[in-house]
Design a protein around this ligand. Sequence first.
Ligand SMILES: Cc1cc2nc3c(=O)[nH]c(=O)nc-3n(C[C@H](O)[C@H](O)[C@H](O)COP(=O)(O)O)c2cc1C
Length: 279
Amino acid sequence: MEKGLDAIRQRISVRSYAEKEVEPEQRKLLEQLCVKYENGGPYRTAVRFRLLDLEPLSSSDLRRMGTYGVIKGARLYILSAAHSGKGAMEDLGYCLENIILGATTLGLGTCWLGGTFKRGAFAAQMELAEDELLPAITPVGYPAVEKSVTERVMRFGAGSNRRKPWPELFFKSDGVTALPESESGTFKEAYEAVRMGPSASNKQPWRLLLDQQGVTHLYLKENKIYNRMMGKLRLQLVDMGIAMCHFEVAARELNLPGAWNTSHKGPRIAGLQHIASWQ
Ligand SMILES: Cc1cc2nc3c(=O)[nH]c(=O)nc-3n(C[C@H](O)[C@H](O)[C@H](O)COP(=O)(O)O)c2cc1C
């Protein structure tokens, strides 16, 4: 069964949730996913997750927390914590996206939130250590039948239904010539899995380069102003972790060999920052 690839194809950001409480059995599975991916990223940095139920919180706590009206009706949230060193944001993206794909397989909706939530109040619930950051959270629950107006506006604003075409994302070893789908060989599905991924403001900053030895190199095409808006929280590095998760999920399900090498130096390409290589 290709569960991970199915989840990659099915997942979309859900911002309106049904009243129905998440079944205890599914909640337990979510807790297990949070534990499974603790410190589980390709850079091996310390990341952790917490499933937070808003229901038992005091009304004064609840007043402080919120998503500026972006998320409607969610009672459960997954909170994250990471440090600010090399690889931390990528690890966070990789691990939380794996949890999100697991939730999708359980029939639950999620939505990456890196900006539109009251970070301080959620951070208090995560009991952050001094050097920890809370880069992102996601609500989790059953999708409502109707999307809220805010949700429709946000999807339209970010162009969430669209993805960049292959020639803008995937290249041959010179980093300039587009890689035709027909020349991507057995890795075609893995490239497509990266293309379908969620990204902050749907900017899709990932670029893949297939070299003559069959090695795939992952690069960031950074939007510097956007990416550095929130200081140490580089959301486009979180996007890179999401890309690494999707590529790996596809590769594993298709029995393709390889693993992410995070210390490999990829070919130098002007305007692109090398992140990791699949070898
Ligand atoms: C790192 C990251 C941060 C995001 N932050 C927000 C956010 O703060 N608020 C929001 O409504 N959506 C947020 N999104 C969701 C994106 O807008 C969404 O993934 C993108 O538009 C593609 O749509 P889709 O997820 O439905 O495929 C974020 C996504 C990612 C990956």
